[in-house]
Design a protein around this ligand. Structure first.
Ligand SMILES: *Cc1c(COP(=O)(O)O)cnc(C)c1O
Length: 357
């Protein structure tokens, strides 16, 4: 590496490896929690007409007010709460971290968890504190409360349901964390369409609680749009570090249009939930693996007999891409994560997988 790069780029950034997204050809894509369905043709045609009129010569509406109104209705954000939009919820995590970062301050989350929490802690020069989940991936509430007491984290992220484990944490445990924490608690409800349970209605009860959602997992991952719901006191500060035009014109038009047809996405989510139950039932009957219950649009499996990495590669050779988590080791040793796809894709996966384990 050039000496200048070494001299100037922070060592903790040099030590990272960039978030790796594999290039894939024609595969059955069950790796990234995407909704497998595209917009129905009739809606796609209408969307094209709306996009045609979109004023891309102008900067976007910095407040994105029309889109926010839609989101407020669709996601049942309480009237007295504010909404902050991000270029994906990843950007919201970053805005929160930038707003609280100071030397020695901590971001805390249960582990295994969503990788962006720790990555963004590093980006913003914060310390990251991962508190191990129990073997069944439930919260180790005593360890969480003790860590809060000891470390006084500025922000705690709780993915609800959790990624990559798929389970919902116990509601009482979550509440005791909110009550114990002096810092902010972010309930990351990225998988809400598949979990159908939420802390959104509890926003008014705790002044250190905010709720984060995204349109990615419901079927609009390509638009890059996430939102944070919470009090004006918190969101007004986070809004100051938001880049002025972070939600582009095409995303504003596209997301507003899509949310006007939320029945389509609700139908797809119901189909995916139904498929999740079927896939789960079939996996449960396969020997040599352990399957974990999921309230999301993916299922975590541990290979008990054999090598998850070998099975992952063999699936890929058969044209099926899932996520291999075994590299992380520890509690994810020999674990694979399978996103729920279309019924025929799930069936292809199950048949191939069964032969390999
Ligand atoms: C996928 C995911 C996100 C990221 O969502 P984007 O809005 O696409 O950035 C956030 N949190 C969790 C837990 C996720 O799994």
């Amino acid at each position: 590496m050039s000496n200048r790069v070494k001299q100037w780029v922070r060592p903790e950034i040099r030590a990272l490896s960039a978030y790796h997204v594999p290039e894939t050809g024609e595969v059955i894509k069950l790796d990234a929690m995407e909704n497998p369905y595209q917009l129905p043709d009739e809606l796609a045609t209408k969307l094209a007409a709306e996009l045609q009129r979109a004023p891309i010569n102008r900067y976007p509406d910095p407040a994105a007010s029309e889109l926010k109104d839609r989101l407020r209705g669709n996601m049942q954000v309480p009237a007295e709460m504010d909404i902050l939009l991000g270029n994906g919820s990843d950007e919201i995590i970053q805005m929160i971290a930038m707003s609280v970062s100071q030397p020695g301050r901590k971001i805390m989350a249960p582990e295994p968890g969503f990788v962006m929490y720790s990555m963004i802690a590093t980006f913003t020069s914060m310390d990251y504190l991962g508190v191990p989940l129990r073997d069944d991936f439930s919260l180790d509430i005593d360890a969480m409360l003790a860590a809060i007491e000891l470390h006084q984290p500025a922000v705690i992220f709780l993915a609800y349901p959790n990624n990559p484990t798929g389970n919902l944490f116990d509601e009482k445990d979550v509440i005791s964390i909110i009550e114990k924490a002096e810092g902010l608690v972010v309930l990351d409800e990225a998988y809400h369409p598949f979990a159908q349970t939420s802390f959104m209605s509890k926003l008014g009860q705790y002044d250190n609680l905010v709720v984060m959602r995204t349109v990615s997992k419901m079927g609009l991952a390509g638009l890059r749009l996430g939102l944070l719901a919470g009090s004006k006191a918190w969101l007004g500060e986070f809004d100051k570090v938001r880049l002025p035009y972070n939600i582009n014109v095409l995303t504003q038009v596209g997301a507003r249009f899509a949310l006007e047809h939320s029945d389509v996405f609700a139908g797809q989510a119901a189909e995916i939930r139904e498929q999740r139950e079927q896939v789960y039932a079939q996996l449960e009957n396969m020997p040599g693996i352990k399957v974990y219950p999921s309230a999301a649009n993916f299922i975590l499996v541990r290979v008990l007999d054999g090598d998850a990495t070998v099975i992952f590669r063999q699936l890929l050779e058969a044209g099926i891409l899932i996520k291999n988590l075994s590299g992380a080791g520890g509690q994810l040793a020999n674990c694979l994560r399978i996103t729920i796809g279309k019924p025929e894709e799930n069936q292809r996966f199950l048949e191939t997988f069964k032969k390999l384990i």
